[in-house]
Structure formats: structure tokens, C-alpha cells
Design a protein around this ligand. Sequence first.
Ligand SMILES: Cc1ncc(COP(=O)(O)O)c(C=O)c1O
Length: 423
Amino acid sequence: MAAVTEYPFFFTWSAQNAARPFELTGGEGAWFTTADGSRWLDLGALSYQVNAGHGQRRIIEAIKRQADELCLSAPNAVYPAKVELAQRLLAMAGPGFSKVFFTLGGAEANENAIKIARQVTGRLKLVSRYRSYHGASMGALALTGDWRRPALEPALAGVIHVQDCYCDRCPFGQRVETCRRECATNIGSTMTLEGPRSVAAVFLEPVPGANGVLVPPPEYWPIVRQACDAEGALLVADEVLTGFGRTGKPFGFQHWDVVPDLITVAKGLASGYASIGAVIVHERVAKHFDDHVLACGLTYYAHPLACAAALETLKLYEDDKLFENAERLGPILRRELDVVAARLPPTTFVRSLGLLAALELEAPAAAWTKLGTELVARKLSLHVDPKRGTAIFAPPLCITEQELVTGLRSFGEAAVVAFEGVA
Ligand SMILES: Cc1ncc(COP(=O)(O)O)c(C=O)c1O
């Protein structure tokens, strides 16, 4: 491989000298291969998007068939894959959802959700959380609360960040026995303090993913829904990472008895085989645009190749029962990580929902770097964030129980070596 700086393109979210490129050549199921002939167990679904798994021939063939039939499009053109894809997304979202706005990825889905919310409510302000990631475009980055935002601020006026549902390190100083769900009620109070009925929308990941899999208490989403109703603000579920079976249900919000107004999706929609995202819109919002101009548009809106890839991906999820597999394997992922945590310092936390899990441990950066080295030696790929002291697990949903257990036990060995001596 060439030296990092010799490549004629940028590597993302990194000083170029610190980037760690790898030569991806292909893969199958839960595994990918690199140019040196290695097979890696992909416990991170590349960038959390390969829900259907690597090397899925039927998605690849669907793209080829679509390329032969119709490869070019215009935003208002109609063709079967576009219609059927929208129908399937609405059915997955549940009763009341009536329209889809297509995008090229997750940031753009949130960008257009911001615009829809502002147009429908006539209000400017937006509420999101500190430990969140909503994408890298200006609006989505303004919503984002994590370390990626400050370098670009001020990105978009009117965004208010609130504290998180971080039960292991409660920002309100509560313990399970004393908790009064302040993380949820705080959103309503913040909206009131911002000036009554001034917030257009609250953007939440059902489970903040890349920021540590912060699974909310069961009352969280219903409390926020009530607060949004009281303020007339829209509730947006950013399902870019949690959508399409990741948590064991089609969408993460479906774990609770709530219906958001907008759902933003990407990643698992076409499982990374094409670049596509969407905003799924509830009828109570969509009807506004029957008589008002929808000031949103993209040249590559619902590109035929991307629609064909997404449509086949959704059919594959259904035929191979991949969401059910995620639901079944979720407790096994949890069990194995609890076993690993028991061998690590007592300040280790495990959080999970379905096939999305985090292992968090406050340890010196050198120990986390060592974990990275140990994982490379074992050909295990997952998301390790030394700065935030977390490892995040999100394997393809087609992973088998044996692959998952073997991979996690191997991870456990790597973690025990890396964190040896950490108090
Ligand atoms: C919850 C969430 N929203 C939005 C995005 C942005 O998606 P994209 O990278 O496709 O723009 C991501 C990406 O990781 C995400 O995790």
C-alpha cells in the first residue's frame, strides 16, 4: 500500500498523516477481505451500514438489472422501483405514514427533515442532544452534539443541545432508584424556557449509536412525545444507524409506544450497496405540502440504481428473516459482553439493544491503542474510540451465532491483554 499522503484523495475525520487506510477487496456474510489476503470478522458492519452482509449477490444482480432497464432519471420521473420502495418504507414505518422524501445519505435526510420541520411549523429552533451524531453537512452537523461539531460552529442558527440519557453516568446525578427521568422531562422544560411554541422539532437517535449506545429508559420516548405535542414541535427519529433491524425491530422507536412525525434513514436502507437515504413523513406533516411548495430537491432524488438496491435489500431482510436474527442474537451479544466485562476493571459498562452494543471503560489511551493492535492481530473489525473509551459492536444482521460467539470470545482475549493492570 502507498504511504497515506500519496493517495490523491482525503481520508475523512482524520489528520491525513494519522489516517489508517485498508485495501478492501470483497467479502461474504459477516466477513470482508483485504488485499493482503486476510479475512476479517466484521463486528462493525464497516461504517454501521452493512446490515444485509457482504457479497449479497441478489442485491448486486438487482442493481445490474436496473442498469440495463433504466439507469438515468430526473427528480419527478416515476418508475416501479421508486414506487415500490416508498410503499415498503411506509409499511415498515407503520400506520399514519404517507410520504417519502428520498436523499443520497443520512446527513441529507436530516438536512431535509430540518427544512420540512421549519416549513411546516414556521418556527426556527431545533433541539438535539450533546452525545449525538446526525451527519456532516452544515445543518446535520449543527444538530450533532459530539466532538465533530465545535470545529465548524456556528453552523446553523437556532440549535439547542440538551443532556443525554446516559444512565451509567447520569448527567443529572441520579441513580436507578432515585431517577425521575430528568433526561426526558428536561427536553420539555428546555422547550418552554426557549420561549413557548418556538421549537420546530426535536431530533433524537432512538439509541445514540456512535456515541456509546445510550439505551434510554422505557419512559423516555413517551415523555418526549408528550412534550413535543404540548409545544406543537415535531419529533424526528434519526434511524440512520438504528433502522433496518439493527436493534431487533425494523426501527428503533418501535421498542416504545410512540409514533414520531418524521423518520430519517440511510445506511441499512440499501445496506451500503448504493448511496440512498430518506425522510419518512407522517400524514399529519405531509398534508401541509398538498397546498404549499416543498422547498426541497436533489438532482439524484431516488436514483434508479439506488432504489433497485434498496428495494432488493428490503426484500432480502424479509426473506432471510434478518431482523428476527438480530432480535434472537441480541441477548447472546449481551451475554458474551457481560462475560468479557466481568474480566475487566469494575468500572466497565455494557449497554446494548439487539445487535448494537457498547463496552465502555475509562482507561489510559495507551490501553485502548493496545486493544486496537490486539484486534488487528486477531483480524477483528469493530468501532473502537480510545478518546471516549468505547468499543461499539454492530455486526451484519446475517452473522451466525457461532461467528458472533467466536468473535466476541476473541475480542474478550484481546481486551484482557490490552487492559491488564488498569485499575
Ligand atoms: C445517527 C446518524 N445519523 C446520521 C448519520 C449521517 O449519515 P451519512 O454518513 O450517510 O451522511 C449517521 C452516520 O453515521 C448516523 O449514525
